[in-house]
Design a protein around this ligand. Structure first.
Ligand SMILES: *[C@@H]1O[C@H](CO)[C@@H](O)[C@H](O)[C@H]1NC(C)=O
Ligand SMILES: *[C@@H]1O[C@H](CO)[C@@H](O)[C@H](O)[C@H]1NC(C)=O
Ligand SMILES: *[C@@H]1O[C@H](CO)[C@@H](O)[C@H](O)[C@H]1NC(C)=O
Ligand SMILES: *[C@@H]1O[C@H](CO)[C@@H](O)[C@H](O)[C@H]1NC(C)=O
Length: 392
């Protein structure tokens, strides 16, 4: 149905935010219509896939290095039948995948449902949100990597998401000019999208579980402690990562933000956050992404400095702060989103890293083996004795 003209406007208003009963591949979101497609699971069950659905305004131009904001409405039907856009990737572990193009305009999610969208007589299904890993510097929710079929066969609605990574997702001035944890704020924004819209796909907004692996598991852990997520999910699954992981936090974020600016423009000597933001918004995103800032001596806060762009603890007074204060104290006292959680890892799974430079692996192994307290972040405020107590 075309939404032109005054009379139709009224009709369209009545029909807005609904799925089309006659066509399970057409869904009407508050911002506009999307058309997905029917696919088949490994057990040959039909499910409906809606790929690359925008969940926030493209974080480009003046929105680069800012928290995600609501999307504008669109006209016509948006084709949501392929994954192409992924966030700019970093690090040396990124393996390009044909058809996937790293880009700044990357805030998209995928919805897969075994139910026919629009059939209101069906009992809504539980929902699983998947947050990819990749050290906060690589990864995507695209179907080329995460296929939903096996979960679909258990009658679960699956949502996979992209979120900003590397500098574009985690660089911060720590004073609110470039807010911290932008990639985590993208995730939180996607949770809200799911809460508001998943009923249109046969999902139950009261039965949402968030899940993730590695940096995705750490993300789930961080979202668990954030008070801003209250009511957005009722369960959490953390695989191979938690909020207190040594590698999931940057202690020197402001320093590295200015390091990046100085490497882009050696004449930049300011320590003014607004001037930094202006400079960083004036470069093409690819330049920002290709620029490698390496750990400075004495400021190697994560995995011996191999990771730079990471979550931070934000000042609670800052606008939109997501992860605040000494949140490990909140975990200790139980002042977190108290939902059932599943948490675990696989034996020997770090063998993955033996692929990397062996001398590097040895350096890291020795770093932790020689002093187990290196596994514990310094801002936990633990005495040296306490840090190693539980190992004896
Ligand atoms: C949407 O996708 C279908 C099927 O791939 C194609 O026929 C159609 O031209 C596409 N529409 C637009 C506007 O790209
Ligand atoms: C930072 O720079 C901006 C723009 O040049 C200026 O308006 C502002 O006063 C400066 N702030 C500080 C704290 O110097
Ligand atoms: C940045 O890296 C990408 C991928 O390796 C490459 O295609 C692009 O040309 C690079 N851009 C710049 C400005 O170096
Ligand atoms: C951290 O430890 C110092 C020294 O024991 C103490 O003065 C301070 O209050 C502690 N901070 C927190 C937040 O517990």
């Amino acid at each position: 149905m075309k939404c032109n003209g005054l009379l139709l406007l009224i009709l369209c208003a009545i029909r807005s935010s609904a799925a089309d009963v006659d066509d399970p591949t057409l869904v009407t979101l508050p911002e506009g219509q999307i058309r997905g497609q029917a696919l088949r699971s490994p057990n040959d069950n039909v499910y409906y896939a809606f790929q690359e659905v925008p969940y926030a305004a493209p974080p480009v131009g003046a929105l680069r290095f800012q928290a995600p904001v609501a999307l504008a409405k669109w006209e016509g039907i948006l084709n949501t039948t392929k994954n192409e856009k992924i966030c700019y990737q970093g690090g040396d572990v990124y393996i390009p995948i044909p058809e996937l193009n790293p880009t700044e305009d990357c805030l998209y999610l995928n919805v897969y449902t075994p139910l026919k969208p629009g059939q209101t007589s069906q009992t809504p299904l539980p929902v699983l949100i998947w947050i990819h890993g990749g050290g906060f510097e690589t990864g995507t929710g695209a179907i080329q990597i995460f296929k939903p079929g096996f979960v679909i066969d258990h009658d679960i609605v699956v949502v996979t998401i992209n979120y900003r990574v590397v500098a574009l997702g985690f660089l911060t001035t720590e004073d609110g000019v470039i807010p911290g944890n932008l990639g985590l704020k993208d995730q939180h924004f996607a949770f809200q999208w799911v809460k508001n819209n998943i009923h249109l796909f046969g999902g139950d907004p009261e039965k949402i579980t968030i899940s993730g692996e590695s940096a995705g598991g750490a993300s789930v852990g961080l979202q668990l402690v954030s008070q801003r997520n209250k009511g957005l999910f009722r369960g959490a699954i953390l695989q191979s990562g938690t909020s207190v992981a040594q590698w999931a936090h940057q202690n020197y974020a402001r320093f590295y933000a200015f390091e990046l600016a100085r490497s882009l423009d050696p004449s930049f000597t300011s320590d003014n956050s607004t001037e930094l933001l202006e400079l960083l918004q004036s470069f093409p995103a690819s330049n920002i992404n290709n620029n490698t800032v390496t750990a400075a001596v004495g400021k190697e806060s994560a995995l011996l400095g191999s990771l730079i762009w990471l979550p931070v603890i934000e000042e609670a007074s800052l606008d939109g702060a997501l992860i605040t204060g000494l949140f490990h104290e909140d975990i200790r006292t139980g002042n977190i989103n108290q939902v059932p959680i599943i948490i675990g890892f696989n034996s020997e799974e770090a063998l993955l890293f033996l692929n990397s430079d062996p001398s590097d692996v040895e350096v890291r192994a020795k770093y932790f083996d020689s002093d187990l307290s290196n596994l514990i972040r310094n801002q936990f405020n633990m005495t040296k004795e306490k840090q190693t107590d539980s190992w004896h």
